[in-house]
Ligand binder design. Structure first.
Ligand SMILES: [Zn+2]
Length: 329
């Protein structure tokens, strides 16, 4: 059974939730907001288990009450989970919840409804939630997970308590990854590339593709700093829709390493310690203002691609712009 102690880090946030549950003031409607892989599902389950347990010990499920022993008793559960079956969560799905919520719980003191990927609710479905938000039964709680608030209509978000899940720190991620792997080099890389998301870190750790993408990013960067035009275009040619984000992050982090190494000469601060030779080569050739311009162009490319610019044209354009800066130096 998932509890708060299964969640890595975010101690302050966990404490806030636990206090609300202990003091019986946990909101009847809340939005759990966080990027993919930050742990929304595990938070939702930990909250549900803490709320449903009849005699929690410091908000940890007791392990011996009806809910803790079995989520379902004679096929009945007070823990309802709704996921989109197709592209969207429809108004009928929400009506089911409202209907079910109007009936008192039978095997626990509470009824918990978790709606995953809340942004998939149609505006109509979201509107139909408002009724229950206004007058929730004392035993009912609705928890909605969302990546961000963009897909949630203001009337809903303004009536629910908003909990930002937040990211894990790099050291929290590293600590967690050490329980999953013994490969220190990969752990360091994954914790740097995870951007605060344990889900993303696990994906990196277990993926052959990350290593391949990283090597591609490294060899592209190498071609750039050697001002090898044809090689640079050839490398960027093999970037795919699937790995473009990761590829750009790799290149950005390599250029950032160059700036850091140039300014501090401190090897310990490098993310890509295993590429020190290449990083040194870069800083022997370029000053930090040129390197910063390259980083700017790379970050600009990330945002252009987010606006759905053509991948090939944008990456070629990026290569031309970076090479121009490097050649003019
Ligand atoms: Zn219990």
């Amino acid at each position: 059974m998932i509890s708060f102690s299964d969640i890595t880090g975010r101690e302050v946030f966990k404490k806030k939730l636990i206090n609300a549950i202990n003091n019986n003031v946990f909101p009847h409607a809340c939005l759990l907001v966080g990027e993919k892989g930050t742990g929304k599902k595990i938070f939702a389950k930990a909250i549900a288990n803490a709320l449903l347990c009849e005699k929690p010990i410091n908000s940890q499920p007791c392990g011996s009450c009806t809910h803790c022993l079995s989520e379902k008793v004679n096929g009945i559960t007070e823990f309802y989970q709704l996921r989109a079956t197709g592209q969207s969560i429809k108004v009928d799905d929400i009506r089911e919840i409202i209907k079910s919520m109007s009936l008192k719980p039978t095997i626990s003191n509470k009824k918990i409804y978790v709606i995953y990927d809340g942004e998939k609710m149609t505006p109509q479905a979201q509107n139909s939630l408002l009724k229950i938000f206004e007058e929730p039964p004392s035993y009912g709680h609705i928890i909605i997970t969302v990546n961000n608030l963009e897909g949630i209509i203001p009337t809903v978000s303004s009536r629910a308590t908003i909990y930002q899940i937040g990211n894990n720190s790099q050291s929290e991620i590293k600590k967690f990854l050490k329980t999953q792997s013994t490969d220190d080099k990969l752990i360091t890389l994954a914790s740097h590339y995870a951007e605060g998301s344990i889900g993303k870190a696990i994906k990196i750790l277990s993926s052959e593709e990350f290593i391949t993408t990283r090597e591609l990013g490294v060899s592209y960067t190498e071609s750039l700093i050697n001002r090898n035009e044809s090689d640079s275009f050839a490398k960027v040619e093999s970037v795919t829709k699937e790995n473009v984000d990761e590829f750009l992050q790799v290149v950005i982090k390599l250029f950032k390493d160059m700036v850091v190494f140039l300014e501090t000469q401190n090897e310990l601060l490098l993310i890509n310690k295993d590429k020190k030779y290449m990083i040194s080569n870069g800083i022997n050739k370029y000053n930090s203002s040129v390197l910063l311009k390259a980083i700017f162009i790379l970050q600009d490319t990330v945002s252009r691609l987010k606006q759905h610019a053509s991948r090939k044209m944008t990456l070629d354009g990026m290569t031309i712009r970076i090479l121009e800066e490097l050649i003019n130096d």
